[in-house]
Design a protein around this ligand. Structure first.
Ligand code: C2E
Ligand code: MG
Ligand code: MG
Length: 473
């Protein structure tokens, strides 16, 4: 074929134009996809935080022009982490999707729903007047979701609300204030909605800080267990009570009184409790193999006891570590027993039938009688340290404590005394007939390695202590 320059140029130009068009189009598609990824949450198919901010940038000026009041709700799930931890991330993802759908159906057409964090959602209501009803409906929707994964994980929502334009005129301010208000809901045990109020600041959110501390301790293995020996009348170690601590780089070792209430209120106790049981059963296995024939004692909070499969969980931890149930004592408080007596009674019976022993901790802190315990399966009572400090001088304390020992023995329970700080208290408690003794005078809570050394001592130093206490008197 003869070479025709004008045809070649024509073909080349068409090819160039086509490539250019294709490149632009590809770029556009790529940009659209990128934008979608940037503003969109793939899991729930909702706008993410920046998507919400972008939407608000359009909605807010329009609402201002129309003199319209909007409500922004910040929703955070309480106790969601357990779903992930107990059932895996896939179950967690499925749960979040369900939550998103359930919240969506409670909203009106023009309202906006976004997922702004792991377990955090935000809602923009076009009609601020409906906020109370919508919040109640969302709380109910989330509560109803607890059954999706497991009946024992109590998932609730903490909601905070800020109003446009009254509280803030831009997306960031509205989100921040609703988030602060949400933290107040969390502070008050969750499952509630709190409207933002002037004066709500970030400074009084100790609960939020504690929650963050527990969570990060669980993540970075900064939780640890110390063990306090409990000795029998001969001075031999009969039990090692496990007491949990959080190690903080700045604050040092943080005792449970500082974080247990918050763990209970927020449902974190389930995760924390599971961690503790695993750690203690692992330690019991090591000690059992080394020839220790005593028990390990684990404190259990009321919320843990109320989980319908608590007994199965505990027996599972024991089996995992190949530790016989007879090596475990669980300590519960009267509060733990009496909040849901029927359910808790059944759980305790199941555990006890398997060989686990049940001890009633802090006896005398609230009630000083055993009669209201009825048929609860109990093996021992532990008299609260607030009575022990009054021994031996205080006549009223002596009477109360010795009656407690008598009543316990009549019912076939062992009597344990905690908080022994002086030799005279140890003597008095021995004379009153207590079976087991615990307190700083006997031994402080020990790091696991130190506890192992004490257990390994041929001549147990604690035996000597009992003897010394005896001679001093
Ligand atoms: P508790 O079970 O009654 O434990 C006894 C507490 O008294 C421990 O405090 C222990 O360190 C302290 N103590 C020991 N000897 C003496 C003494 O001679 N004098 C005085 N004044 N105190 C003594 P801790 O470790 O701070 O624990 C406080 C409470 O936190 C425990 O009281 C228990 O109710 C709870 N707790 C501890 N560990 C756990 C846990 O793993 N799970 C749960 N649910 N609660 C726990
Ligand atoms: Mg205890
Ligand atoms: Mg106690």
């Amino acid at each position: 074929l003869p070479f025709e320059p004008h045809v070649a140029i024509g073909v080349l130009s068409v090819a160039l134009a086509l490539s250019f068009f294709l490149l632009v189009r590809l770029g556009q598609v790529h940009w659209e996809r990128l934008k979608l990824q940037l503003h969109h949450d793939a899991l729930t198919d909702l706008p993410n935080r920046s998507g919400l901010e972008e939407e608000l940038a359009k909605i807010l000026p329009a609402a201002l022009a129309k003199n319209q009041t909007l409500a922004l709700m910040f929703i955070s799930l309480d106790g969601f982490r357990q779903v992930n931890d107990l059932y895996g991330h896939r179950a967690g993802d499925a749960f979040l999707k369900q939550i998103a759908v359930r919240i969506r159906v409670r909203l009106k057409r023009g309202d906006l729903l976004a997922r702004v964090g792991g377990d955090e959602f935000a809602v923009v209501l076009r009609d601020a007047e409906t906020q109370e009803a919508v919040a109640a409906s969302i709380l109910e929707a989330v509560r109803g979701c607890s059954n999706l994964c497991s009946h024992h994980i109590a998932i609730t929502a903490s909601v905070g609300v800020s109003l446009f334009p009254e509280h803030g005129k831009d997306a960031l301010t509205l989100l921040r204030l609703a988030d602060l208000a949400m933290r107040h809901s969390k502070e008050n045990a969750g499952d509630r909605c709190t409207p933002w109020e002037a004066g709500m600041t970030a400074t009084d959110f100790r609960t939020g800080e504690i929650v963050a501390m527990i969570r990060s301790a669980l993540d970075d293995s900064r939780l640890h267990v110390v063990y306090q020996p409990v000795i029998d009348r001969e001075g031999r170690i009969a039990e090692m009570e496990a007491l949990v601590r959080i190690h903080d780089f700045l604050l040092g070792s943080i005792p449970p009184d500082e974080f247990m209430d918050v763990a209970e209120q927020t449902g974190l106790i389930h995760e924390l409790g599971a961690w503790i049981f695993r750690a203690v059963c692992g330690q019991a296995k090591v000690w059992n193999r080394a020839g220790y024939r005593g028990s390990v004692t684990v404190n259990v909070s009321p919320a843990q006891l109320e989980a319908s499969d608590f007994a199965a969980q505990v027996l599972g931890y024991l089996e995992e570590a190949a530790v016989p149930p007879s090596s475990l004592v669980i300590e519960i408080t009267e509060k733990g027993m009496l909040r849901e007596p029927a359910r808790v009674g059944a759980t305790l019976r199941e555990l006890r039938d398997a060989g686990v022993r049940i001890s009633l901790d802090d006896f005398g802190a609230e009630h000083a009688t055993l009669s209201h315990l009825g048929e609860f399966p109990v093996d021992s009572i532990k008299v609260h340290g607030s009575w022990t400090v009054r021994l031996p001088g205080d006549a009223q304390a002596r009477q109360m404590v010795s009656e407690a020992v008598g009543n316990a023995h009549r019912r076939g329970y062992k009597a344990i005394v905690e908080g022994i700080e002086e030799s005279t208290q140890l003597q008095e408690a021995r004379d009153m007939g207590f079976d087991l003794f615990q307190g700083y005078f006997v031994a402080p809570p020990l790091e696991a390695e130190d506890a192992t050394q004490v257990l390994a001592c041929d001549t147990n130093p604690l035996v000597g202590m009992v003897q010394a206490g005896k001679q001093e008197r």
